[in-house]
Design a protein around this ligand. Structure first.
Ligand SMILES: NC(=O)c1ccc[n+]([C@@H]2O[C@H](COP(=O)([O-])OP(=O)(O)OC[C@H]3O[C@@H](n4cnc5c(N)ncnc54)[C@H](OP(=O)(O)O)[C@@H]3O)[C@@H](O)[C@H]2O)c1
Length: 235
């Protein structure tokens, strides 16, 4: 298991479950979230062990990313870009896609969080990844971003995850010479605020599967889109 891990969106859902699980074996887990003062469950985990640090971090805010990077001391072996937002599942007729300035702004917010967010998070923490002997970057994407996924809804979310898959591939090319492996992962359909109560997996099941995938991440998997069960997904 990577020794020093940084996870964004760590205050709830899949991110929080990853912090709980990975802190059992990692040397240190940096748990990034937008509002540490309200992240009660995460703060409780951090209080229960001495190898979890909570970092204030908004993936859409360059200053916040710079500050968070300054707060990290030394190398990071695995960066998990988990923070993300959905914006409903509607098609063209849904209010999410109404022809209003508000709907347009919300669409842009989804793209900013889910595409620009991971890219600028990588940019911010690259100096720390470069200090590692075997660094990896895990982008938490979604199978809904695959061009092969037959669906007629969720335009903002689908396009954002397709976009971040493209960012992942481009990063995998640019960082290859530094031997920093980059891959995108579908965490499964998970019972979180985003996934809803009917989803197939608990956060613990998803985190356990993802932890196994992160152990396997190396240059042989650079640029791949990988399902939580280890199978390959089409971009
Ligand atoms: N759940 C599923 O079935 C499912 C399926 C496929 C993919 N995914 C992906 O898995 C990842 C985790 O999803 P989840 O189900 O755990 O969702 P979730 O329960 O809604 O949690 C989302 C997390 O992202 C954080 N976040 C949102 N915007 C942020 C920002 N600008 N800066 C920092 N953090 C931000 C949230 O923080 P706040 O509390 O501050 O909002 C929260 O911690 C996401 O990338 C999602 O797209 C989930």
């Amino acid at each position: 298991m990577p020794k020093r891990i940084l996870i964004t969106g760590a205050n709830r859902g899949v991110g929080l479950a990853l912090v709980q699980l990975l802190s059992d074996t990692a040397e240190h887990v940096y748990a990034g979230c937008r509002q540490p003062e309200f992240a009660e469950a995460l703060q409780q985990v951090a209080r229960s062990t001495d190898n979890v640090s909570v970092l204030g971090l908004d993936v859409t805010d360059a200053e916040s990313l710079k500050q968070a990077s300054n707060d990290v001391v030394g190398g990071v072996d695995l960066l998990v870009c988990n923070a993300g937002v959905l914006n409903g599942y509607s098609g063209l007729r849904g209010s999410e896609n109404a022809l209003t300035p508000e709907a347009m702004d919300t669409f842009v917010d989804v793209l900013k969080t889910n595409i620009a967010g991971p890219l600028f998070t990588v940019q911010a923490f690259l100096p720390h990844l470069r200090l590692s002997d075997s660094a990896g970057i895990a982008i938490i994407s979604s199978h809904m971003g695959s061009q092969q996924h037959d669906a007629a809804n969720a335009y903002a979310y689908r396009s954002s995850k397709a976009g971040v898959n493209n960012i992942m591939v481009t990063l995998s090319h640019e960082l290859a010479e530094e031997r920093i492996a980059v891959a995108a992962y579908h965490p499964g359909w998970v019972r979180t605020d985003m996934g809803g109560a009917n989803a197939h997996l608990s956060v613990e099941q998803s985190a356990a599967a993802l932890a196994q995938r992160f152990e396997e991440l190396d240059m042989a998997l650079n640029g791949q889109f990988i399902n939580y069960d280890g199978s390959a997904l089409p971009l």
